[in-house]
Design a protein around this ligand. Sequence first.
Ligand code: ADP
Ligand code: MG
Length: 444
Amino acid sequence: MQFQDMGLDPRLLRSVQHLGFARPTEIQQEAIPAVMVGRDLLVSSKTGSGKTLAYLLPMMQRLLKSRALSKQDARALILTPTRELAKQVYAQLRLFVANTPVTAVLLVGGENFNDQEKLLKRQPDIIVATPGRFVDHLEHKSVFLQGLEMLILDEADRMLDLGFLPQLTIINKAADHRLRQTLLFSATLEHTDLDALSLALLKNPFRVSVNSGHELHSDISQRFYFADHLTHKEALLAKLLQQESLKQLIIFTATRDDAGRLAEFCQQAGLPAIGLSARLNQAQRNKVMQDFASGKYQVLVTTDLASRGLDLLQVSHVINFDLPKHPEEYVHRIGRTGRAGAKGTAISLVGPKDWPALQKIEAFLRRPAEFSTLEGLTARFNGQPVVKMAPKKAAQTKAAKPGAGKATRVVAKPETSPTATAKRFFQGGDDGSAPVRRKKIQPE
Ligand code: ADP
Ligand code: MG
């Protein structure tokens, strides 16, 4: 199927042509017609497979072809978990609204509220936003949703987390009418149970799914290394920085402090590196992303703030310095490479503290991790529980060769069903910057 066969407006086809895309990706072929039928959908496909256009194109088509339900209200609302992703989606959308009467604005936290209010006075058709700032505007009555025709959640499983529940509940209520179409998109949505929130959001939804979630991403080669402790991880990292032929690299760490520290570490190893964390103000965050996208920096060190959605085509490698606690986040992190058909490498360092996370990842992916070793840097830790021994016995064992290497291990069965595994509850900020935690939500 070609873009021309989809019944899209010629103005949209010209924009697609301008982007140089020869044909729709698999998920675009499946999802675009399904959205155009008008149903509520849950759409999942692997990272980097073109989900953004799979909703932008049919959304634009609907806005161009059908009469607005209301002249004043927003007609479509696209929500993303982070400011960086909202900006990226907005940048893509701008290409499609150009040369059409459709108007769009971006509303993210960390930027001037009054300026955004002024933009809303012009009654834009489409709003791309992070949920917290959007709800601020809703409560300020600078925007109304009674006429909303399409509600789109990108990275939907993340958006359905407890952290965003208050905002999504408010938005859902403000746009509560029969004619609204709701679309959920993510790479890890396939097994998500429809909880109370999604049931409230969706009407009789239909699932569209191509190669998502646990399926092996054929363009990303994954490697794992055992590590004994922090210094060992740093030695492994130093060697990897030397030996891998890196274009651009994203390193994920567990904490904001580590993001800065490891950026410094890479810098000392001779690679231009910068840290991105929610500790920076928005202007600094924008600058970091611009400088990384332009190639000024070769390495970006970050937390799960940047795990979702970001599309940076020069990223040849992802290194997990620490493993994420939630297996879906592993899928999203490694999905920052191997995008749009390019090949990528994902490397993970697994120390004793990462071991429970690794087991969850193996269960989620339904396959064992393949471990490699680097000469002179083989770990003693090999996934066996670390048993505290009497000093004498410990000294004897120290001399023994570790059995790590490529030992075959049995993958732990998921403790619960994949559906249950996919459901996470953690505290999330408006910008996705809060650490991924299963914790009771606290007032901000
Ligand atoms: P996803 O949301 O599925 O992770 P994106 O929508 O970010 O993926 O798209 C990944 C990359 O693929 C982007 O750089 C995008 O411009 C590109 N892309 C999208 N559609 C096509 C297409 N039909 N042909 C080629 N490249 C495409
Ligand atoms: Mg995406």
